[in-house]
Design a protein around this ligand. Structure first.
Ligand code: MD3
Ligand code: FE
Length: 203
């Protein structure tokens, strides 16, 4: 049952559970080509979250700024292809949230360990703000911060558990959002990590 957290933002509890094994083996194949790494922000900070990407475009950050690229700066090669299972799951989740024909060209994969966090930000490096964003959570639970259109708007807090999928679009697309520092609650299958992947239409 979709849990609305905004006019066009929902959490689909457990939506990814039937395909967790397939998702984990796909991530193992992706990280063998493009390993998780800690990128540097334009402000010179090293992110506590480690990331990689799959699909035609991958989100990156360095001293020069945030941007999507067709190649992995660490390897110089294209990002690994987006597995068919990923594309299908993203489309099915978007459709369940009322966004038909979602066709992502980017999948950012974030890995959190205890203490890692993501401070409040907007996702605005994509070309197409008309498309929704679909986010899949695996492993340790996290507290998601869901704010407003201004950084100063007090955020709502909602937990994201193993297997949950969140979908955001339309008037909720530009909301500030973030993840509270992860508590150390080891997950039975994934241990001391949380993996989140977000599907976007970036190009
Ligand atoms: C709400 N990741 O990578 S996913 C990110 O759990 C990011 O790793 C978080 O924010 C994570 O940019 C949160 C949920 C999410 C993604 C995009 C959104 C929520 C969003 C865009 C607009 C509003
Ligand atoms: Fe974000």
């Amino acid at each position: 049952l979709p849990e609305p957290i905004g006019p066009r933002a929902v959490v689909l509890r457990g939506f990814a559970l039937p395909c967790v094994e397939g998702l984990l083996s796909a991530i193992a194949a992706i990280e063998a080509i493009s390993p998780f790494r800690h990128m540097t922000t334009p402000g010179g900070f090293t992110m506590s979250v480690a990331l990689t990407n799959c699909g035609p475009l991958g989100w990156t950050t360095d001293r020069h700024g945030y941007r999507y690229r067709g190649t992995d700066p660490a390897t110089g090669k294209p990002w690994p292809a987006m597995p068919a299972l990923f594309g299908q799951l993203a489309r099915d989740a978007a459709s369940a949230a009322g966004f038909e024909h979602f066709d992502p060209d980017a999948c950012l994969i974030n890995r959190y360990v205890p203490g890692a966090r993501m401070s409040l930000h907007q996702d605005k490096n994509e070309q197409d703000f008309g498309a929704p964003i679909v986010s899949v959570s695996l492993g340790m639970p996290a507290i998601f911060l869901f704010g407003g259109l201004r950084r100063s708007d007090r955020p709502l807090k909602t937990p994201l558990y193993h297997g949950d999928i969140a979908v955001w679009g339309a008037e909720d697309r530009m909301r500030y959002h973030g993840i509270m520092p992860l508590k150390d609650n080891p997950h039975p299958a994934l241990g001391r990590q949380r993996i989140n992947f977000t599907f976007r239409k970036a190009g």
